[in-house]
Design a protein around this ligand. Structure first.
Ligand code: PXL
Length: 279
């Protein structure tokens, strides 16, 4: 895979969405094209009074120009979408701007810790189901899966049956593969579940007891970078988990850094992964 398109917002300050995806996926050696869904002064998770410029109205002319130029992509990755009206344009992009075999990764990026993000509602959840239906890889967290499948939200101490129910529910929406983030069976551990319709697998690691904003975006960007380098579902999900954990560890020493993850510090590890894959 050479060139992917990622569609999500620019939060000018906040270490999330495009300011993560662009450097991280590039470090995997992949040309990373962007379509900003919105421009915000900061992310919405803890800052007060952020600005929000919706870019939906630019989508048709951007798509039209790319079509005219014959621009096509080897893969797509969608994240935070500021306006549900963008879903139809995004489906059009998948249909009309794909190279053969292009793979689509959808991070529903709309909720966490049992709640929808500020500005999102049930209608958005319904619209997101239409995007999930087109995903080769859907990357929801537990909260998003609960909303998308109409299942109760459980924060911790999940059972295998609960995780299976969420994964099967997301698969039934049409996603080919599911990577469920934030799976917790016992104290001190956290991980991801993967489900391809046959096998439900788990990758578990140490849980660091601090909620950090933007870890989902670091995870999804690393997952996209790993799959673009040929990693399969289980490998890519584990690579992304290990890299995200490393970024979290590298953020911890700075006690005042509250709004994001210091993903910049794992760029050398990403480059090393990419170099090793080439050999
Ligand atoms: O990290 C997800 C995300 C992306 N973009 C914006 C956000 C959030 C989460 O709150 O507010 C603008």
């Amino acid at each position: 895979m050479e060139k992917i398109l990622t569609i999500q917002d620019i939060s000018c300050v906040g270490q999330c969405s495009l300011t993560v995806a662009l450097p991280v996926i590039s470090a995997f050696g992949i040309e990373t094209c962007i379509l900003p869904s919105a421009v915000l002064s900061t992310h919405t998770g803890g800052f007060k009074g952020y600005t929000f410029r919706d870019l939906t109205d630019d989508f048709p002319s951007v798509i039209g120009h790319w079509k005219k130029e014959g621009i096509r992509f080897d893969g797509f990755y969608t994240g935070y979408i500021g306006n549900p009206k963008q879903i139809d344009y995004i489906l059009q992009i998948f249909d009309e701007l794909s190279k053969d075999g292009a793979k689509t990764t959808v991070d529903p990026a709309m909720a966490d810790y049992g709640k929808l993000y500020s500005g999102f509602d049930e209608n958005f959840v319904e619209e997101m189901k239409r995007l999930i239906a087109k995903a080769d890889y859907a990357l929801p967290n537990i909260t998003e899966s609960a909303f998308l499948t109409g299942t109760e939200y459980r924060e911790t101490h999940h059972t295998k049956e609960y995780i299976e129910k969420l994964c099967v529910g997301i698969k039934e929406l049409g996603a080919k593969n599911v990577v469920l983030k934030g799976v917790n069976f016992k104290d001190g551990e956290i991980g991801v579940a993967t489900y391809d319709g046959n096998e439900l697998s788990f990758h578990t690691h140490e849980r660091i007891d601090k909620n950090m904003h933007g870890t989902g975006d670091v995870y999804a960007s690393c997952f996209v970078g790993a799959t673009a380098n040929g990693a399969e579902l289980k490998e890519a999900s584990a690579v992304a988990a290990n890299l995200t954990l490393s970024a979290i560890r590298k953020t911890l020493p700075d006690k005042n850094h509250w709004y994001g993850v210091k993903f910049e510090k794992i760029i050398p590890e990403i480059v090393e992964f990419t170099e090793n894959r080439k050999r």
